[in-house]
Design a protein around this ligand. Structure first.
Ligand SMILES: [Zn+2]
Ligand SMILES: [Zn+2]
Length: 348
């Protein structure tokens, strides 16, 4: 029997364990992938490794973790329809749906309402293993111009950022404020620049501000009492046309609303926590449009890939640390200590 290594997280206990598993066989409509790169997402750390809410029916089910896979086709199961062949390079849309509900019919599998909905690395075996079983319909081609690491980062991070930027219809007409410069915020800044906008980035970490400036942010600001004044100064007193809120903090969310100019557009991407404000002064009288944007649909992810290639963006440039899967424990410990930015596991 062929075996492989796969990583299980002991949820809420800050422990991750590498175990041996049989290499799975693809069933009908399934494809076996040889893993080449797998991104670590903030949600692996925050919602599984550190704390796990067992009351949430969508919580991690103890399977092989990792939901940012990228690799090559190793074997194709029966009844597959899309002409994938061994060695083909693929990106994985990280959620499986029922295929029948309203959201699935729209291609917004993330919003599938069926009990059948499952996320790779949460409810079914995912990316932190040498091989992974994927449903054929969740696969998208990885273009020549992109590396496997690029592909891994698109699947959750860049796809989410791209969709947020698109919701606000960002263009060269806009100055865009990105609040929170973690992987999703940094990607949103890079994509907004590619669409021709001027970009202001704000974070509480000086390292993240410096990184955003290296990636082309026109103005990087360390969050403080004078942040709003500095944004107003930069925009001739008007404020920004677009705010992309990626911090998930109360002050960050308020800044994204307060910095938006008359008729501005604000997109909330950062999840969890609460927010309290006076809608009259904050939103209504400023004629703001407020969007919530949660990940991406599968055809939107295909658009992300096409445009990233067209704009010559390389997502792998935001990676700060690369590990082999045999060092999964070290990778999680380093991220948990806040010493890493975007972490990726890589296979030869
Ligand atoms: Zn994720
Ligand atoms: Zn569905």
């Amino acid at each position: 029997m062929n075996t492989m290594q796969g990583a299980i997280i002991h949820g809420g206990q800050r422990q991750v364990e590498l175990k041996e598993f049989p290499v799975p066989e693809p069933g009908p409509g399934q494809v076996l992938l040889r893993m080449k790169a797998a991104g670590m997402c903030g949600s692996d750390l925050h919602n599984i490794y550190r704390t796990m809410n067992l009351d949430d029916p969508g919580h991690y089910q103890g399977c092989i973790a990792g939901h940012e896979p990228c690799g090559t086709v190793e074997a194709v199961g029966p009844n597959c329809k899309r002409d994938f062949n061994k060695g083909d390079r693929v990106i994985v849309y990280h959620i499986c749906g029922c295929g029948h509900c309203y959201a699935c019919r729209k291609g917004w599998i993330v919003n599938c309402t069926s009990d059948e909905r499952s996320v790779y690395g949460w409810h079914r075996d995912g990316a932190y293993a040498d091989f992974m079983l994927a449903e054929e319909y969740t696969l998208l081609g990885l273009p020549e111009e992109l590396s496997f690491v690029d592909g891994a980062i698109i699947s959750c991070g860049f796809g989410t950022s791209f969709q947020g930027v698109r919701r606000a219809d960002v263009s060269g007409y806009d100055t865009v404020l990105v609040v929170g410069l973690g992987p999703v915020g940094l990607a949103a800044a890079i994509i907004s620049k590619a669409r021709g906008a001027k970009v202001i980035g704000v974070d509480i970490s000086p390292e993240r501000v410096a990184t955003a400036e290296q990636h082309g942010c026109d103005l990087g600001l360390l969050a403080g009492d004078d942040t709003l004044d500095k944004i107003k100064d930069f925009t001739n007193g008007h404020g920004v046309e677009v705010s992309l809120e990626c911090s998930a903090s109360q002050p960050g969310r308020m800044l994204s609303l307060d910095a938006a100019r008359l008729w501005g557009r604000v997109v909330f991407l950062g999840e969890h926590g609460n927010l309290s404000f006076n809608p009259s002064f904050t939103v209504i009288q400023k004629q703001l449009t407020l969007h919530g944007s949660w990940m991406s649909g599968i055809s939107e992810m295909e658009d992300t890939i096409e445009h990233i290639v067209r704009w010559k963006i390389r997502p792998e440039e935001i990676v700060t640390h690369t590990f082999p899967i045999t060092q999964v424990r070290e990778a999680f410990e380093m991220s948990d200590a806040g010493e890493a930015g975007k972490v990726v596991f890589k296979w030869d």
